[in-house]
Design a binder for this molecule. Structure first.
Ligand code: SAM
Length: 301
C-alpha cells in the first residue's frame, strides 16, 4: 500500500518496518570482529518487535549468504555500520564542542540516548510517531536500560506542528542544538522536507549543528534499487514493497537548500567514510548508486 497524508504505523508495519530493518543491521554489525559500532540494544529491540525475518537475522538463524549471492545483506550491514558511526561521531563531536541539547528526528529504534557517553547536563529529544516512541520506551525500560542523558520523547508526526510539541517538552531555542535526520528524508513528501529544514533553522541558535544524508539519485535510482532489495527480502519472507514507502518526485537537494538557510555544509561520500574506517566500499550493481550518497554535516552561522 502506498503512502497517504496522515498515515501512521508501528514498528512492524509500513515505514515503521524500516526502523526495525536498520536496527537488525546494527545488531549484526555490532557483533563483527573489529566492529565500528556497539549497539547492545538493537538485537533485543528487534526481537521484541517480532518480525520473523529480522529476529532470525539478529539471532544468526538466517543464512544470508544463501540468498545473497551479490552480497546485498552484507552491504546493508556495512553501510549501516558506517552510517551509525557517522551519526555517533557527529553527536560526540558536538558534545565535545560544548553543545548540550540534541534532537534525534525520526528516532525509530535508535538507542543513542541509552548508549552514548553524553556529557552531564545534556538533554536529548527524540521525535517519532507515537507508537514507535511508546514501543521503544517500554521495551528498553523492561530491559532495565536507563538513558545516559536526560531523555525527553516527543510523540508526533513530522508532517505536523512538531516544533510546538518540541517546545512544549522544554526545548530551548536560545541554546545551540545538535540535530540528526538519519534515514528520514525519503519518507517525507518534498515540501515536508523543506518545511523540516525551515523549522530546524528557525529553532537553531548560532553554533547549532545538523547531520543528515543526501541521495542524489533519490528518484528513479532509489525506486529501482528498492525494488530489487524488496525482492530479496521477499524471498526471506518479508512482504514489504519499499518503493511504496518513499515519496518520489523532485525534491530540493539538501546540500543546496541548507546553505540558502544560512548553514555551512560539509559532505563526505560513502566510499570516503568507508576509507576513514579502513574499509573498502563494496562493488556491484546494487550498490553503485549508493556510492553517490553523501553524509552531510552543517553548522549554523
Ligand atoms: N533514524 C532511525 C535509525 O536510523 O535507526 C530510524 C530510521 S527508519 C529507516 C525511518 C524512521 O522515520 C522510522 O522510525 C519512522 O517512524 C520515522 N518517520 C518517517 N516519517 C515520519 C514522520 N512523518 N513522522 C515521524 N516519524 C517518521
Amino acid at each position: 500500500m502506498s503512502r497517504s497524508d496522515a498515515d501512521s504505523w508501528d514498528l512492524a508495519t509500513s515505514v515503521g518496518t524500516t526502523a526495525t530493518m536498520v536496527a537488525a543491521a546494527r545488531a549484526v554489525a555490532s557483533l563483527e570482529d573489529n566492529a565500528l559500532i556497539n549497539d547492545p540494544f538493537a538485537a533485543p529491540l528487534v526481537r521484541a518487535v517480532g518480525i520473523d525475518v529480522f529476529t532470525k537475522m539478529v539471532d544468526g538463524d538466517i543464512d544470508m549468504a544463501a540468498v545473497d549471492a551479490d552480497g546485498t545483506a552484507r552491504v546493508m550491514t556495512d553501510v549501516m555500520a558506517v552510517r551509525t558511526r557517522f551519526f555517533d561521531d557527529f553527536f560526540l563531536d558536538s558534545a565535545a564542542a560544548g553543545v548540550r541539547q540534541a534532537v534525534i528526528l525520526a528516532s525509530g529504534l535508535d538507542s543513542r540516548s541509552y548508549r552514548l557517553d553524553w556529557p552531564a547536563g545534556t538533554v536529548v529529544y527524540e521525535i517519532d510517531q507515537p507508537q514507535v516512541i511508546e514501543f521503544k520506551t517500554e521495551t528498553l525500560s523492561g530491559l532495565g536500560a536507563s538513558p545516559t542523558a536526560e531523555l525527553r520523547t516527543v510523540s508526533i508526526d513530522l508532517r505536523e506542528d512538531w516544533p510546538a510539541a518540541l517546545r512544549a517538552s522544554g526545548f530551548d531555542d536560545t541554546k545551540p542544538t545538535a540535530w540528526s535526520a538519519e534515514g528520514l528524508l525519503v519518507y517525507l513528501p518534498p515540501d515536508a522536507q523543506d518545511r523540516l529544514f525551515d523549522n530546524i533553522t528557525a529553532l537553531s541558535a548560532p553554533g547549532s549543528r545538523l547531520a543528515t544524508e543526501y541521495h542524489p539519485d533519490g528518484g528513479a535510482g532509489l525506486a529501482d534499487r528498492s525494488k530489487a532489495i524488496s525482492e530479496r527480502w521477499r524471498s526471506l519472507g518479508l512482504d514489504l514493497n519499499m518503493a511504496d514507502l518513499f515519496y518520489a518526485g523532485e525534491r530540493n537537494a539538501v546540500v543546496d537548500y541548507l546553505p540558502r538557510l544560512g548553514w555551512e555544509v560539509s559532505t563526505n561520500t560513502r566510499p570516503e567514510l568507508f576509507a576513514r574506517h579502513g574499509r573498502d566500499f563494496p562493488t556491484g550493481d546494487l550498490v553503485a548508486s549508493l556510492s553517490n550518497s553523501l553524509s552531510v554535516t552543517a553548522i549554523r552561522k
